[in-house]
Every structure is written in structure tokens, then in C-alpha cells.
Design a protein around this ligand. Structure first.
Ligand code: NDP
Length: 234
């Protein structure tokens, strides 16, 4: 059955890989963008997740085109790295506003239709930065750890309504977000990874598709870490 899926930040990077995986599985997929438009085959809705009114409008557009959102993948995210000594308050609050409060905004917009349908899937894209901590990423790590608390609270709150809420925590991925990291820094990360490599975007996307599937109906409040084993024990 075709479901209505929304992937925030699904216009590029990991979000696009996730959006394409759902589309390949036969779902009707919408992605947010902030002006770039959407790749072919996906419904683009212009939406900055830091703006509640844009979020509300995006959900209305999707409802009209595909029906109420049944699967929400909250993926939009940013970094703004600095050591704490140099981290401006604006940088801290901007990253939290996008990565964490943005996820709250889209979950809030999705929840009433999911409750009404007595079915829904919320998937939050966190990061191993949120569980391990990464120097220079106090803002980002705090936002990504916050997503785990958010998802687990929602898991308990919404379980009786047939809605599951889970987190995927990837390790290092090859996207624009990491394109400026030096090869030396990336190699340092890989040196700590038992499998010797982190995940591909398609591997993360496959986990999202599974979490939204009937096979994962009994999975809620979980953090699925996909990082080649690099954060084992955290
Ligand atoms: P990219 O920088 O490639 O893409 C970021 C996406 O988020 C873009 O689609 C961007 O939209 C969107 N976005 C950013 N801010 C907003 C906003 N205010 N409103 C709406 N959309 C917004 O990053 P990745 O694909 O790598 O990251 C995707 C997710 O995966 C993020 O949450 C990230 O934290 C997480 N992650 C990434 C890892 C990595 O190594 N890359 C590792 C672990 C987790 P636009 O095109 O308009 O800018």
C-alpha cells in the first residue's frame, strides 16, 4: 500500500538517499527544501524547519497531494563547529533550533493525523556525536542527544496509539556536511572503527525503510547505531 512519507532535508545528502529508498518501495514521498526544489519523482515542499508556519504549510500541501503523513523521517540538520571557548551563543541556539526544536516542530505537526489513523512511524536522524560526544561539537552533540530523549518520550506517549518513534544514529557519512573534513581527520575516525568503514547512505536508508515497515512494528524507543562499530559500548 502506498504510504505518505515525509523526509525533512530530503532534497540532498542522506535525506535524499532515504527519500529515494521509500520511493523505490512504492511510497509517495515528499521532501522539504529551502529553495533548491526537489529531485524528480519526489514532491518538494518549501520548508525551513525553524519556522512553525512553514512547517504547518508543508504538512497541508503534503496532505492535499499524498494524504496525511504516515511516516515522518526527521533528518534536516546542520553543524556549526567550534571549541566551547569560541562557541558563540548564537551558534549553539541555531544548531539546537534546527536539529532538535525543528524535529519537535515536525513531530508536533505530524502527530494528530497519526493518532487519528492509530498508526504512524517517526524516525529521527541523530548521530554518534550525540552518544559519544565529539570535541568542537557541543551544540551538535547536545542537539543529537536531545533527539534521543525526544524520541523515547514520544515512544512512551504514543505507543498505545499505534505510533512508533525511533532514532538512527549514523557514524561518519560521505555528504556535503563532512566534505570539508580533512582526510587525516577522517582516517583518525576510521582507525577507531572495528569494521574499518562507516555506513553508506543506502545502508542508513535501508534501516529507515525497515523501521517504517510492518516487520518493525514492535520496535519503539530504540537507537539504531550504524557506524561500523565505532561507538561500541557507548
Ligand atoms: P547535508 O548537509 O548534506 O544536508 C543537510 C540537509 O538538511 C539539507 O537537505 C538541508 O537543506 C537540510 N536543512 C538544514 N537546515 C534546515 C532547515 N532549517 N530547514 C529545513 N532543512 C534544513 O547533511 P547530511 O545529509 O550529511 O545530514 C543529514 C542528517 O544526518 C543530519 O541530521 C545530520 O546531522 C545527520 N548525520 C550526518 C552525518 C554525516 O557524517 N554526514 C553523520 C551522522 C548524522 P538545504 O538543502 O535547504 O540546505
Amino acid at each position: 500500500m502506498t504510504r505518505s512519507v515525509l523526509v525533512t532535508g530530503g532534497n540532498r545528502g542522506l535525506g535524499l538517499a532515504i527519500a529515494r529508498a521509500f520511493a523505490a518501495a512504492g511510497d509517495a514521498v515528499a521532501v522539504t527544501h529551502r529553495g533548491s526544489g526537489a529531485p524528480d519523482g519526489l514532491l518538494g515542499v518549501k520548508c525551513d524547519v525553524t519556522d512553525s508556519s512553514q512547517v504547518a504549510r508543508a504538512f497541508e500541501e503534503i496532505k492535499e497531494a499524498h494524504g496525511p503523513v504516515e511516516v515522518l523521517v526527521s533528518n534536516a540538520g546542520i553543524t556549526d563547529d567550534a571549541l566551547l571557548l569560541r562557541m558563540r551563543e548564537e551558534s549553539f541556539t541555531r544548531v539546537i533550533d534546527t536539529n532538535l526544536t525543528g524535529a519537535y516542530r515536525v513531530a508536533r505537526a505530524a502527530v494528530s493525523d497519526m493518532i487519528r489513523a492509530r498508526h504512524g512511524r517517526m524516525i529521527f536522524i541523530s548521530s554518534v556525536a550525540g552518544t559519544k560526544g565529539v570535541p568542537g561539537q557541543a551544540n551538535y552533540a547536545a542537539s543529537k542527544a536531545g533527539l534521543i530523549g525526544l524520541a523515547r518520550a514520544l515512544a512512551r506517549e504514543l505507543a498505545a496509539r499505534g505510533v512508533t518513534s525511533n532514532v538512527i544514529a549514523p557514524g561518519l557519512l560521505d555528504t556535503d556536511m563532512t566534505s570539508e573534513l580533512t582526510d587525516r581527520y577522517k582516517q583518525q575516525i576510521l582507525d577507531e572503527v572495528p569494521l574499518g568503514r562507516t555506513a553508506t547512505l543506502d545502508e542508513i536508508a535501508a534501516a529507515a525503510v525497515w523501521l517504517a515497515s510492518a516487520d518493525a512494528a514492535s520496535v519503539t524507543g530504540q537507537v539504531i547505531t550504524i557506524d561500523g562499530g565505532g561507538s561500541l559500548g557507548h
